[in-house]
Design a protein around this ligand. Structure first.
Ligand SMILES: Nc1ncnc2c1ncn2[C@@H]1O[C@H](COP(=O)(O)OP(=O)(O)OP(=O)(O)O)[C@@H](O)[C@H]1O
Length: 295
């Protein structure tokens, strides 16, 4: 469904250039439910905005289904945003109209694409657990309920893929569980591909795969050991990621990988390292001091 290779995004402001994505690789399969994690500023939202057609990449490849998002025309991008992708933000005020009812809000994107399907709008609100509240104005709903309306809206045009940027960032843990269960249901029952950007490691146990982004590059992948297990048993404060996922370092097509900063600092590796292959393992060490050099 999603294929990014060597994806680069550079933001130019007056006299400053920020390289937000530095040649990122990522593949997401059709029907997968996965999460992207990373520290603040690592490039998560930049990636999601590019995948959602809200921002243009600077270089590299990015394809979603049949769409090439580097080359797509502005007109086609409008179609892409309307038909292929649903988007959910942490701050749902961006796609909700407070003076309309929940049902009218869900019908709004249908109206823009010229085909209002009221039974389907009602069905969506029922699926997100708001059957009894669909005729309430948005101002009469709680933050968590509004977030569920936002999910229904994002699916109004039957997209193939759902992109969610910190979808549980401003709700309590019970509502967060409800939202993740809704995503899982849509993923299983409608075959929707779901990509979630989050800081929250406790969500990790509820997705099939987690990809960590560091400094604009995919660095580590965590793949669920038992894909049938939905909930992470992280009751004793341990990281859900470690408990249910196997961690892998991402190696790109030409063999590059990212060594975590803390490892480099611990070994005082700066601009080079020595590497050895012993037939089984690859060992990376601080370079031995050359003759005449002091250690
Ligand atoms: N419109 C912009 N103009 C200039 N720089 C930007 C712009 N948007 C993002 N950046 C920069 O690009 C880098 C990546 O930002 P991004 O928002 O993608 O990170 P993030 O991982 O989503 O962070 P957070 O978790 O804090 O939302 C940061 O250094 C940020 O300052």
């Amino acid at each position: 469904m999603i294929h990014c290779e060597g994806l680069v995004k550079i933001y130019k402001t007056d006299d400053l250039e920020v390289v937000a994505l530095q040649g990122l690789n990522l593949t997401v399969n059709d029907g997968e439910m996965m999460a992207i994690i990373g520290n603040s500023g690592s490039g998560k939202s930049t990636l999601l905005n590019i995948l959602g057609g809200l921002d243009r990449p600077s270089a590299g490849q990015v394809r979603v289904g049949p769409w090439d998002l580097l080359k797509v025309t502005d007109d086609d991008l409008v179609k892409y945003k309307r038909d292929t992708v649903g988007f959910i933000w942490q701050n749902n005020a961006r796609n909700l109209l407070p003076f309309l009812t929940a049902l009218e809000n869900v019908e709004m994107p249908m109206m823009f694409s010229g085909k209002v399907d009221r039974p389907y709008a009602k069905q969506l609100l029922e699926w997100v657990g708001l059957k009894e509240r669909m005729h309430n104005k948005l101002t009469q709903l709680s933050g968590g309920e509004q977030q569920r309306v936002a999910i229904a809206i994002s699916l109004a045009n039957k997209p193939k893929m759902l992109l969610a940027d910190e979808p549980t960032g401003s709700v309590d843990s019970r509502t967060s569980d409800i939202i993740m269960d809704i995503f899982r249901r849509f993923n299983r029952e409608l075959g929707l591909t779901v990509v979630i950007v989050t800081h929250d490691l406790s969500l990790a146990g509820k997705v099939d795969r987690v990809v960590a982004i560091r400094d604009g590059l995919t660095s580590t992948e965590f793949i669920k050991r038992n894909p049938n297990l939905d909930h992470a048993p992280s009751l004793h404060g341990g990281s859900a990621l470690d408990e249910v996922h196997e961690a892998y370092v991402v190696v790109d097509r030409v063999g590059r990988l990212q060594i975590p900063k803390e490892f480099l600092q611990a070994l005082e590796i700066k601009d080079k390292a020595s590497m050895e292959f012993d037939g089984e393992k690859i060992l990376i060490r601080a370079p031995k001091p050359l003759e005449g050099e002091t250690a």
